[in-house]
Write a protein that binds this ligand. Structure first.
Ligand SMILES: O=CC(=O)O
Length: 314
């Protein structure tokens, strides 16, 4: 399959994935090209697959530029950077990396809850700066037993719920429709969910409907003691409104792994100790990224060997 051209639209910064792709295909690394348009034009007739990730996918413009494109294999579970309708229209297959990252993302959501409520990062800074020698750190807020509201009860939302239950947290959720076999309380609106929980977690896919699903009203409903956790996508949350809500004390705290314009994070958040900021690392463990890479490569191999795809979306 060495003559099959694969365009990698995301930065080639996970060596295992790059090596495994290079063993099998001719890999074109878009991010290394000084002139991307020229690069695509020069290779467009050899490129039969695209590999992207959560940050760089395949938009309509790119898809239109690649006449031989057959498959987009994303090194991510979220596909908001891939134009799915365009892929359907052009009969281009699309795969993602579900399941293998669920536990890591759910672990991180719980980590963020603990970090915000127990001020883990701030107290670490307290020790490192030598302030402890001058006095004990202030008291923080208990996590066990806090009510947790989850937006989106898919695989990741469910895994967060299971973990939070182990901390005796009552769980409720919002989804487009009530899930039949789920014991958690359902709220048909995000505002109602926010008004009835102490920690609100965003765990749904980013679509047109879920863009800014956490807006000013939702933040006000969560309130000055409420904590927002976002392990979904930055655009799920109206970020300028989040900054105002935190600065004005209308929201109690936030644990954020994702932002509207990554890697740019609103600087007013840097000074707030009730906020924990992470650089989009939900699935960022060696073990999980390897499993994701195996799925990316496995899907491409299956496609070009005319076998069933491992994790098809389109
Ligand atoms: O954000 C990460 C992913 O979608 O896998």
């Amino acid at each position: 399959m060495e003559s099959i051209g694969v365009l990698m639209t995301c930065p080639p910064n996970f060596p295992y994935l790059v090596e495994e792709l290079e063993k099998r295909f001719t890999l074109y690394k878009l991010q290394n090209a000084p002139d991307k348009t020229h690069f695509i034009n020069s290779h467009k007739n050899s490129i039969r697959a695209v590999v992207g990730n959560a940050g760089f996918g395949a938009d309509a413009e790119l898809i239109e530029q690649l006449p031989k494109l057959e498959i987009v294999s994303s090194f991510s579970v979220g596909l908001d950077k891939v134009d799915l309708p365009k892929c359907k229209e052009k009969r281009i297959r699309v795969t993602n990396t579900p399941d293998v990252l669920t536990n890591d993302v759910a672990d991180l959501a719980i980590g963020l809850m603990l970090a915000v409520l127990r001020r883990l990062c701030e107290s670490d800074r307290y020790v490192r700066s030598g302030k402890w020698k001058k006095g004990d750190y202030k008291l923080t807020t208990k996590f066990t037993g806090k009510s947790v509201g989850i937006i989106g009860l898919g695989r990741i939302g469910m895994a967060i719920a299971t973990r939070a239950e182990a901390f005796s947290c009552p769980i409720s959720y919002y989804a487009r429709t009530e899930k039949p076999d789920v014991k958690y309380r359902y709220y048909p609106s995000v505002i109602e969910l926010a008004a009835n929980c102490q920690i609100l977690v965003v765990a749904c896919a980013l679509t047109e409907e879920t863009h800014h699903i956490v807006n000013r009203e939702v933040m006000n409903a969560l309130g000055p003691k409420g904590v927002l956790i976002n392990i979904g996508r930055g655009p799920h949350v109206d970020e300028p409104e989040l900054v105002s809500a935190l600065l004005e004390g209308r929201l109690g705290g936030a644990g954020l792994d994702v932002f509207e314009d990554e890697p740019n994070v609103p600087e007013p958040l840097f000074g707030l100790e009730n906020v924990v900021l992470l650089p989009h690392v939900g699935s960022g463990t060696v073990e999980t990224r390897k499993a994701m890479a195996d799925l990316v490569v496995g899907n491409l191999e299956a496609h070009f060997l005319k076998k069933p795809l491992l994790t098809p979306v389109v």
